[in-house]
Write a protein that binds this ligand. Structure first.
Ligand code: URA
Length: 240
């Protein structure tokens, strides 16, 4: 690939900025200053920019601890989007959220620039587990565990696939963990509405086998390693 594409894929700036850095002699390839943006390089080449080693990365995958008040979109005329939370270092990657959390839902949101990966984890056929912690107005009992296992019929007649409910606290206000393997619109809230209760707080705590890093403050992101990414596609997270 061209040297300017290599650097752009690594998020080093706009094409224009990158061409400037190259022509100024700030970029070396395998130890030699390279002033031609079209120079052919490959992933194994040793590229330095402004003295910093650039490891080629075509795709990046970020775990975000999404706060409330942000929408899971790349742009919006009126509301803040999750991309507004990202620092400068991620500005030149064309990141998007792989899946959505409601504006008032918190927790694990995956951001990537890898369209195929996003498609795969969202595909209903792949059945990637998503686990949520929820606070519910209303009593949740072991009867509900069976109902969720058998599938819940939502208000539009759709019957959900089997899901796993774990009761953490039961009473007028209950706390649960719920694992679903599909992602219908407002699914968790609608499932609890269907049993006559109401979700008052919702946080996604896992995707597949990968749990939200509790050290991430609200609004922070961390780059995922290959092993962590594989835990997502690995599917089941032991709650089912
Ligand atoms: N289900 C919901 O109802 N809301 C979310 O944000 C995610 C799952």
């Amino acid at each position: 690939m061209r040297l300017d594409k290599f650097l752009a894929d690594c998020g080093l700036g706009s094409r224009k900025d990158i061409k400037k850095m190259i022509s100024k002699g700030l970029v070396t390839v395998n130890g030699t200053v390279c002033k031609a943006a079209q120079t052919a390089v490959d992933e194994g080449d040793e590229v330095y920019c402004g003295g910093k080693k650039i490891n080629y990365e075509k795709f990046i995958y970020l775990m975000m601890n999404k706060p409330q008040g942000y929408i899971s979109a790349t742009e919006d005329k009126h509301k803040k989007t999750v991309l507004d939370l990202l620092g400068e270092e991620y500005k030149y990657f064309t990141l998007f959220p792989a899946g959505r959390l409601d504006i008032d839902t918190e927790g694990f949101l995956l951001l990537t620039n890898d369209g195929n990966f996003a498609h795969n984890i969202l595909s209903p056929k792949k059945h990637v587990d998503k686990t949520y912690f929820a606070e519910i107005n209303g009593e949740i009992t072991s009867e509900h565990i069976k109902m969720f296992e058998n599938g819940i019929t939502l208000e539009d007649g759709y019957k959900t696939l089997p899901s796993t409910l774990k009761i953490l606290k039961s009473g007028e206000k209950s706390q649960v963990e719920i694992t679903v393997c599909e992602g219908k619109f407002h699914q968790i809230k609608r499932m609890f509405e269907a049993i006559g209760t109401h979700v008052v707080y919702l946080k996604r705590i896992a995707m597949g086998n990968l749990f939200l890093d509790e050290n991430l403050k609200k609004g922070e992101v961390k780059k995922l390693t290959k092993e962590e990414i594989e835990k997502i596609i690995g599917g089941k997270n032991g709650h089912n």
